[in-house]
Design a protein around this ligand. Structure first.
Ligand code: ZN
Length: 342
């Protein structure tokens, strides 16, 4: 009960990539030195999560430069050389995105080797994250399909092949990251959920979706400041998610203006309750974490709650990130002890 986990990414050591940056450049030259550094970093983040007391660990996305483009780099039909600068997340910010210039196809496994390596170096439950179809569609410049729903279904088919291989590699939870879900609420209903269910079709392992209001970067802070006193975007999407085939929903709760009562709309899903903020360097106390978990328990029974981080931790400093993970585990332990009673 109250098994702890993380949204996905963790900071990279400074010998692997430029610290505290999104889209950070790799430090070792490409080739064997880079591959070795990625593997070393993976072992390190697994150990650090275990030391912090995290129950369901990830490889911390140590082998990917970015959570969307890391998957797309090996997909054919995309032009990564001549990228196009486009507005993403409804023009919240701009990014240099690969162009879709033909039918997309997965020519070889993408993350299978990383998953097998991580599986071999931890005995804890292992989660692996992939970008969700809607967020992929929102992070590429389409010049071929001309229809976002059709492109999403094409990516969903590739993601499903990948997810099945991750499951075969011993991954316990495959999670799709969909920060686009609170930007395009109507699309979620018309084709977002359909593409998500295509991506998880036939999986026997646990499945999850992470939705959020983004990392703690300036563009997101400004956007959040304009969203008003209560963030109710999820009021539209949670009933749709509750009726879907997905097993778990991960969202930010601590320091978020999402009314906690909204998680009561998630039906019988597991809820990964974000109880540490990734947009602040302030370390939560275990008691603060416990308070978030207790509040969530007013709407969802503890059997269906996993205390989690609000979002990926890649932009944080390492010391800050691991102090927050220790607080997360300690806060969950407080509530577990309360439930167990004297
Ligand atoms: Zn997130």
């Amino acid at each position: 009960m109250l098994e702890t986990t993380i949204a996905g990414s963790l900071p990279k050591p400074s010998w692997l990539a430029e610290p505290e940056a999104l889209w950070a450049a790799w430090r070792p030259e490409a080739g064997d030195a880079l591959d070795e550094a990625k593997r070393d970093a993976t072992r390190l983040v697994l150990m650090e999560q275990e030391d912090a007391g995290i129950d369901i660990v990830t490889e911390g996305e140590q082998s990917r430069q970015h959570f969307v483009h890391g998957f797309l780099e090996t997909i054919s039909g995309l032009d990564f050389v001549n990228r196009k600068r486009i507005g993403i997340r409804a023009d919240r910010y701009e990014a240099d995105c690969p162009r879709v210039i033909g039918p997309v196809a997965r020519t070889r496994p993408v993350h299978g080797g990383e998953a097998r390596f991580a599986r071999a170096h931890t005995t804890r439950k292992l989660k692996f994250t992939l970008p969700g179809p809607m967020t992929i569609v929102d992070t590429v410049a389409d010049e071929h399909y001309g229809d976002r729903a059709e492109l999403a279904m094409a990516f969903a088919a590739l993601l499903n092949d990948e997810a099945r291989e991750l499951e075969a590699a011993g991954v316990d939870v495959v999670q799709f990251d969909e920060p686009a879900y609170n930007v395009y609420m109507d699309d979620v209903k018309t084709w977002g959920i359909r593409s998500l269910e295509r991506a998880i079709a036939g999986l026997g392992c646990q499945t999850a979706i992470h939705i959020c209001y983004g990392y703690g970067i300036d563009a997101n802070r400004q956007w959040k400041a304009g969203l008003g006193g209560e963030w109710r975007q999820y009021e539209e999407t949670f009933p749709v998610l509750a009726a879907s085939a997905i097993g778990q929903i991960s969202l930010e709760c601590h320091n978020s203006r999402v009314p906690m009562s909204l998680i009561g709309l998630l039906g019988d899903k597991d809820v990964l309750v974000g109880a540490v903020d990734v947009a602040s360097d302030e370390i939560e106390t275990p008691e603060q974490v416990a308070a978030v978990i207790r509040e969530a328990m007013e709407f969802v029974p503890p059997e269906r709650i996993q205390p989690c981080t609000n979002c990926g931790m890649v932009p944080l400093g390492r010391d800050v990130a691991y102090a927050k993970l220790r607080a997360l585990a300690a806060g969950a332990a407080i509530v577990r002890a309360e439930i167990a009673g004297p």
